[in-house]
Design a binder for this molecule. Structure first.
Ligand SMILES: NC(=O)c1ccc[n+]([C@@H]2O[C@H](COP(=O)([O-])OP(=O)(O)OC[C@H]3O[C@@H](n4cnc5c(N)ncnc54)[C@H](OP(=O)(O)O)[C@@H]3O)[C@@H](O)[C@H]2O)c1
Length: 283
């Protein structure tokens, strides 16, 4: 039984005993322990991404945070920017050329050292079928394709930065929605042949996140680059602010947005707990 199993058995909503991201960093003894490590995180301007950035900063790591609106980012992340360890990188997940430009900036400014990549930016509920400038359905492009490309472009740096004492890691934020539909046929990812359904579009993109992480783990795990698909939920306070983040492994949890979800498949697993050295994996 894990440290947090009991407190996830009967969740009571905001402010209950489930740990926040900061609490997990503290419990794992990770404060200041990732000094010199480089973490790339997408979608840090709100929600889970903002809370994740705040928690990761306490580890001492250097953060590259990709944002699509730098003005909003400077406001939302003001307290983090004063640390001198945070670099904002312009990146619109709906544009593959923007992803390429961002990847180049990250590689240049990190001197090719990247230990962790967290694909968090995401959208859901686009009611009408919309295509990106590259011609891809929006959920699929923003939630999956952009992260797949970013990983591909940073892969060599992640592999080169892996060491026996600290394996590299890709984390992709998925959703329990991935279970609700099968992956669309590859010639229909953008609903070319069937009527557009927003829920299916979201589920499709989140299932693609799971498949990507599984593939990366299988393909690169033995070379010290691991991947974790995460099913996440967050507690939002009355103001709508995220006050805690909980993240479960692919076999657990539900979306939990708005009230914190109850794990239905077993123990929750924490992305932060997975960041310890030695390439150690939990769950
Ligand atoms: N909240 C939950 O309970 C829950 C449950 C299951 C899965 N998830 C997953 O967890 C991740 C984060 O969710 P959240 O609830 O924290 O979402 P959120 O509060 O809506 O934040 C989404 C983030 O993604 C960014 N983003 C959206 N479209 C973008 C684009 N085209 N280019 C660049 N950035 C873009 C947003 O930037 P702006 O600030 O500029 O809009 C924001 O930083 C998502 O992948 C979501 O699918 C969340």
């Amino acid at each position: 039984m894990g440290r947090y199993t009991a407190v996830h058995t009967h969740p009571k909503g905001v402010g209950d005993a489930r740990p926040t991201a900061l609490q997990i960093i503290h419990d794992e003894g990770l404060e200041g322990k990732l000094t010199g490590k480089v973490i790339v995180l997408t979608g840090a301007t709100s929600g889970i991404g903002l809370e994740t950035a705040r928690a990761l900063l306490t580890t001492g790591a250097t953060l590259f945070l990709t944002v699509r609106d730098s003005l909003k980012a400077k406001g939302a992340l003001a307290e983090l920017l004063t640390s001198g360890r945070v670099t904002l990188v312009d990146m619109d997940n709906a544009s593959l050329s923007s992803v390429r430009t961002a990847a180049k900036q990250i590689l240049d400014q990190s001197d090719g050292k990247i230990n962790i990549l967290i694909g968090n930016a995401g959208i859901m509920g686009i009611q009408q079928r919309e295509l990106t400038e590259d011609g891809h359905e929006f959920h699929f492009a923003v939630n999956h394709l952009s992260h797949f490309l970013l990983f591909y472009l940073l892969k060599d740096a992640l592999l080169a930065s892996s060491s026996p004492s600290f394996h590299s890691r890709l984390v992709l934020l998925s959703s329990s929605a991935h279970r609700t539909h099968r992956l669309l046929p590859s010639n229909n990812y953008s609903f070319q042949d069937t009527p557009y359904v927003p829920e299916v579009a979201y589920a499709n993109s989140k299932l693609a996140n799971i498949y990507t992480a599984s593939y990366v783990e299988r393909q690169y795990g033995s070379r010290g680059l691991h991947a974790t698909p995460e099913i996440c939920g967050c507690h939002r306070g009355g103001s709508g602010d995220v006050v805690g983040v909980e993240v479960g492994g692919a076999g657990s949890g539900d979306d939990g947005g708005g009230g914190g979800g109850e794990g239905v498949g077993g123990e929750r697993r924490e992305v932060f707990g997975g960041l310890r050295g030695g390439g150690e994996r939990k769950g």
